[in-house]
Design a protein around this ligand. Structure first.
Ligand SMILES: *Cc1c(COP(=O)(O)O)cnc(C)c1O
Length: 307
């Protein structure tokens, strides 16, 4: 069955980033292509869901939360389809009740059998209060927003493998911090982990610390959020298109694009010693590009073109 294959221990490939100018800085960058694991349960969302779902195969169904373009929502929908479990997505924004059929992420999620409940932004803010509004879902398993909990961290600890021990630095994008916590936990003690938050948030360091069980050294670089969560600039979009032209590697605009922009900017600033080998984690998120392009098109802005 396909789900057994999807949920086996799998390692993604590391691909060398071929950019001529990098030679000048004597820095090597490799990209761990977690985005290629699966088109819908891609990258870190697959890692974060794995144990949460495997340990809850007997519940009536799975409920989770997310914004309208959420990678996590689509991953849960597709997992429900694989495991033949009912899934319910609690989606931020009542206005979507009548407009979700224009949203590429929600269209796909619905195709995989997910049902939606649309709630106001105010209600959405207070996650703990939400289950009480849905008594009919009490028997379901509730997966936290973005999927971050101890089981998610356990899954993210499987991102690195022994084949990755040659790298000095490991870089990854940060949303809730679950993914980086797993990476910190399973890295070697001589490796340093660098996180690139996709949002403005001083709270992140504490959130990450809660889940870190190793002494490995790590830090966050806060200069590349491009205005905050879900925000992009035209410069970033043009940069993504150019990066794709040169490397044929697609990045998502909200997480991996910001991180890669940041890493390469740091290389140019001589942030890394000569001889440094960096492993950059491609956490996926490519499903969100269609939705982002619609938003950009409506604002008459440059869109993402990977062709
Ligand atoms: C959700 C997501 C992240 C952030 O992961 P956290 O565990 O919340 O820090 C990074 N990259 C992509 C592509 C994502 O979809």
């Amino acid at each position: 069955m396909e789900f057994l294959e999807v949920f086996n221990e799998i390692n993604s490939v590391n691909q060398k980033l071929e950019l001529e100018w990098l030679d000048k800085f004597k820095v090597e960058i490799w990209i761990k292509r977690e985005d290629l694991l699966h088109p819908y349960i891609s990258g870190n969302k697959f890692r974060k869901l794995k144990y949460n779902l495997l340990e809850n195969l007997n519940s009536q169904g799975w409920v989770t939360f997310g914004g309208a373009y959420s990678n996590h929502i689509l991953a849960v929908a597709y997992a429900g389809f694989l495991f033949q479990k009912p899934t319910i997505g609690i989606i931020r924004g009542e206005e979507l009740q009548h407009a979700w059929q224009q949203n590429p992420t929600l269209i796909k999620a619905a195709k995989f059998g997910m049902q939606f409940r649309f709630i106001s932004r105010e209600l959405y803010q207070n996650k703990e209060a939400i289950p009480a509004f849905f008594p009919e879902l009490q028997e379901h398993h509730w997966i936290p927003e973005g999927g971050t909990n101890a089981l998610a961290i356990k899954g993210c600890e499987e991102i690195l493998s022994n084949n990755d021990s040659e790298f000095h630095k490991i870089a990854c994008a940060v949303g809730t911090g679950g993914t980086i916590a797993g990476i910190i936990n399973s890295a070697k003690n001589y490796q340093k982990i660098i996180g690139f938050p996709a949002l403005k948030g001083a709270f992140l360091v504490e959130d990450i610390r809660k889940f870190v069980t190793s002494e490995n050294s790590w830090n966050l670089v806060n200069d590349y959020h491009f205005g905050g969560y879900g925000k992009v600039t035209s410069d970033l979009i043009k940069w993504l298109n150019e990066f794709y032209k040169q490397t044929k590697i697609p990045l998502d605009p909200l997480y991996t694009g910001k991180m890669m922009y940041g890493i390469l900017d740091l290389v140019r600033q001589n942030y890394f010693e000569r001889g440094t080998k960096i492993l950059v984690i491609h956490t996926g998120g490519l499903q969100g590009i269609d939705g982002m392009n619609e938003t950009l098109k409506n604002k008459n802005k440059t869109t993402i073109t990977y062709a």
